[in-house]
Design a protein around this ligand. Structure first.
Ligand code: ADP
Length: 521
């Protein structure tokens, strides 16, 4: 990828900044060739990856090096885009929101600083991947369990900072963060919560501390660069019990949600409960062309035929219970009774005991896997996906309003429909996956139009997204419009106060520093 300079910088000024960065990290950790820029581009871009071009990347190995780079970035007026492992597929991958930013790649900071088996937490640097932490826990026989996202290719910290979700009882990843260390935009180093007291023993045990809580200020944020954080982990389950079921009709999601959500609030179901539509199963069985070869969405009669052939319902419910099997058996009885009020279908029950082989295709199991990425191959060509993910209260009324509207919109745009609801105690993340071939401009145009429409009419109905791709950060931010966008005005006052040169991740989540505000879409 050709060089796009940071806004307002000449080539000489840019080169001077890179030489200064090299003075901190060494020339081998500053990446500025065309190939390097391509490496840090958005491989799932909804259009050409040149829409969000990095100018270079720099990879510090320590907190001190991060601080030094940040100070130099201020002097040289170079915007930085921090990433942990940069596998944020569907949201921008490693690419920056503002063209010409330098990617600050924290992947070399890869130490697992602590895993506390008694209290159930770990302290990790940004570069620690789910696979790293899983292997460390297995190798040391630590009786703790991970919660992994669908694609566990990225980092533990980056996913929690982005409010990624997993499917275990600890699946609300951002809620497990407890106590951070953050390099501020001026290079200062802050520890949040109890960690603000040097040597405090409860840094990663008590998230609220003394005074305002700051951990969430650094999530989906451009107010600091997180260099380590505590994250709570769940005690390892000696046994697990999976209950799975197909529900044949699309409207079944109404009673499924009304059945699961109260069981969750009552603690009978503890996991972040994933319910997905049939395409989530089919993408793991082959490519689209194996099932249907037409250009538009798979027609309804063919869908019905496929569901019959592959013994699938419209929805797949997979409940996993963890821990002592005297308790999980009792929980299973309560769940079965609740489901039996709505369906004659019965659950398939799969017990698992420690030592049994692990189930790579099921993220609720707790082992990292990249199997769900197979969906990238669905369309053929250079396959990619984009997730439309509004949050709704977990009641049938809200879920059906959201589901019917997005299903109709996606059908209108002639795209395959793949939805899931991940049900928490008092919210559900409704993920709608739009899959496309990056080499097919007509498909890309359809996906973009569909995405714009989905955002607009979800807003109209009173729902907003929890996360989005770089291209839609400004439009989604604009839907949070109470009192003339008072929250965004507050965000930007804070941004300007903490980051007067606007060097940390300008434009992230629609928050623009004064220096680059004219770049808002
Ligand atoms: P992953 O490691 O899961 O692949 P990324 O590194 O792609 O995740 O991070 C996703 C997004 O989260 C980044 O684009 C960035 O905006 C933010 N982010 C990631 N790591 C940090 C960090 N250490 N400090 C601040 N923001 C971060």
């Amino acid at each position: 990828m050709e060089l796009t300079l940071p806004p307002g910088r000449s080539d000489a000024q840019f080169q001077a900044a890179l030489r200064a960065f090299e003075g901190v990290v060494g020339a081998e950790w500053v990446f500025d060739t065309d190939l390097d820029r391509t490496t840090y581009s958005d491989i799932y871009a909804v259009g050409p990856e040149t829409a969000h071009p990095p100018s270079a990347a720099v990879a510090p190995a320590s907190v001190e090096e991060v601080q030094a780079i940040v100070r130099l970035a201020n002097q040289h007026r170079i915007p930085l885009w921090p990433i942990s492992r940069g596998k944020n597929l569907g949201y921008g991958t490693a690419a920056p929101r503002l063209a010409g930013s330098v990617v600050l790649d924290l992947g070399r900071m890869r130490r697992i600083l602590e895993v506390n088996p008694d209290l159930g937490y770990c302290v990790v640097e940004p570069g620690v991947s789910y696979f790293d932490l899983y292997e460390h826990i297995q190798a040391n026989q630590i009786p703790l369990m991970l919660s992994v996202p669908g694609n566990a290719w990225g980092s533990v910290l980056g996913n929690a900072l982005e409010r990624g979700i997993g499917y275990t009882p600890m699946g609300n990843h951002t809620r497990q963060l407890c106590g951070m260390e953050v390099v501020m935009p001026d290079g200062d180093l802050v520890r949040t919560g109890m960690g603000a007291m040097d040597g405090n023993h409860a840094w990663h045990c008590f998230p609220y501390a003394f005074g305002p809580g700051l951990d969430q200020l650094f999530c989906q944020s451009n107010l600091g660069i997180v260099t380590k954080a505590g994250l709570w982990l769940m005690p390892e389950a000696e046994t697990q019990l999976a209950l799975s079921m197909q529900a044949s009709e699309e409207d079944d999601i109404a009673w499924i949600v009304d059945t699961i959500a109260p069981l969750k609030r009552a603690g009978v179901i503890s996991q972040n409960q994933f319910v997905s539509s049939w395409l989530g199963r089919l993408v793991l069985m082959g490519q689209r062309s194996d099932f249907y070869d037409g250009p538009g969405a798979i027609p309804e009669p063919r869908v019905r035929e496929l569901l019959r052939q592959h013994d699938l319902g419209f929805w797949y419910v997979n409940i996993r219970l963890y821990g002592d099997d005297r308790i999980t058996r009792a929980q299973a009885d309560v769940i079965k009774e609740a489901f039996a009020r709505h369906t004659r279908s019965t659950f398939v029950e799969e017990p698992w005991r420690k030592g049994d082989p692990f189930l790579a295709v099921d993220p609720s199991f707790g082992a990292p896997s990249a199997v769900p990425l197979a969906m990238g191959a669905w369309t053929g060509g250079r396959g990619a996906h984009l997730g439309f993910s509004p949050v709704v209260p977990p009641t049938s009324a809200h879920v059906m309003r959201q589901f019917r509207r997005s299903r109709q919109r996606i059908a209108e745009h002639d795209l395959d429909f793949y939805a899931s609801f991940t049900i928490g105690d008092r919210h559900a993340n409704n993920m709608n996956m739009l899959m496309f071939d990056r080499d097919d401009p007509a498909q890309i145009a359809k996906v973009r139009r569909a995405f714009d429409a989905l955002i607009a009419d979800a807003r109209e109905a009173g729902y907003g997204e929890y996360r989005t791709h770089l291209d839609w950060m400004d439009p989604v931010a604009r839907t949070f419009d109470y009192n003339d966008h008072a929250q965004m005005r507050l965000f930007e006052r804070i941004k300007d106060a903490l980051d007067p040169n606007g060097i940390v991740a300008p434009g992230k989540q629609g928050v623009w520093p004064a220096a680059y505000r004219e770049h808002r879409a």
